[in-house]
Design a protein around this ligand. Structure first.
Ligand SMILES: CCS(=O)(=O)c1ccc(CC(=O)Nc2nc(-c3ccccc3)c(C(=O)c3ccccc3CC(C)C)s2)cc1
Length: 245
């Protein structure tokens, strides 16, 4: 009976994942070799720091919006109180975007999908946070080489969202722990069914990297907000400020 429950749980999570990713893997295959020209790269590199940050924050918030939709469809997430839903999204939405971003990564030329084409790290130079960019590329590469299936990715991202149980501000911790345990069981069930049990510990290593990567993103945002308070205040998407501010 437990098996059937896990099967149903992962099936519903995979369905939610499919409905809430902006691009399907097959679409990405077609886009893979669409890279920016030298002139286009130069245009991005000529943007001012605040212009490029604002441009990226808008793109990132688009991706986060889809993650919020995904979260709302995870069994157990909707039953949580508003406070706990926000707490999990504050800590998990960027992590899920980063995991999903690895689907949009091309390990052959080390490029990530951005603004409709694939871009290398040099395109993001004007963000003036090369350590964050290098870390995002490194993470995307390390996850991409694990070649997760969409099903494994879907259940893994649901686990990442529910993995925030050690957050101090959770009201109903037991409930979050129960949902996380169920999704954790579904993930190990899927991995063993796919004869990829060895992926389990690799994925948990990636989860540790995610936490430090998100901390670096928040640290860079604080640095940026000190330099350009008005840009953040009046030009950054409200959802970006609410989740990462
Ligand atoms: C995520 C769902 S998906 O369908 O796979 C999908 C859907 C849509 C896209 C297109 C897309 O929005 N790509 C972006 N790329 C980057 C990026 C940027 C620097 C290096 C590496 C990737 C974006 C960012 O703004 C970003 C992301 C992570 C950390 C930091 C930043 C920049 C900071 C300054 C906000 S947005 C990609 C993937």
């Amino acid at each position: 009976v437990l098996e059937r429950h896990e099967e149903e749980l992962s099936a519903s999570i995979v369905r939610s994942h499919r409905e809430t990713t902006q691009y399907r893997p097959e679409e990405l295959q077609a886009l893979r070799w669409k890279v920016f020209s030298r002139e286009e790269i130069h245009a991005y590199q000529s943007k001012s720091v605040d212009e490029m940050w604002q441009h990226c924050a808008v793109r990132l918030t688009d991706a986060v919006q889809y993650v919020v939709e995904f979260a709302k469809r995870i069994p157990g997430f909707r039953q949580l109180c508003q406070n706990d839903q926000i707490a999990l999204l504050k800590s998990g939405s960027m992590e899920v975007v980063l995991v999903r971003m690895s689907r949009m990564f091309n390990t052959e030329n080390n490029t990530v999908f951005f603004d409709g084409k694939f871009a290398g790290t040099e395109l993001f130079k004007s963000l003036a946070c090369s350590d964050l960019i290098a870390a995002v590329f490194e993470f995307a590469h390390n996850l991409c080489v694990l070649r997760l299936t969409e099903q494994q990715m879907a259940v893994f991202t649901a686990l990442v969202l529910l993995n925030a149980v050690d957050r101090p501000c959770l009201e109903d911790r037991e409930r979050v722990q129960r949902a996380r345990r169920d999704v954790g069981l579904a993930l190990s069930h899927i991995l063993h069914r796919d004869n990829q049990g060895s992926l389990q510990h690799k994925l948990f290593q990636r989860v540790q990297e995610l936490e430090s990567l998100c901390a670096l993103h928040i640290e860079k945002l604080r640095w940026f907000r000190q330099l350009y308070p008005l840009t953040v205040h009046s030009l950054f998407p409200p959802l970006y400020k609410e989740l990462f501010g």
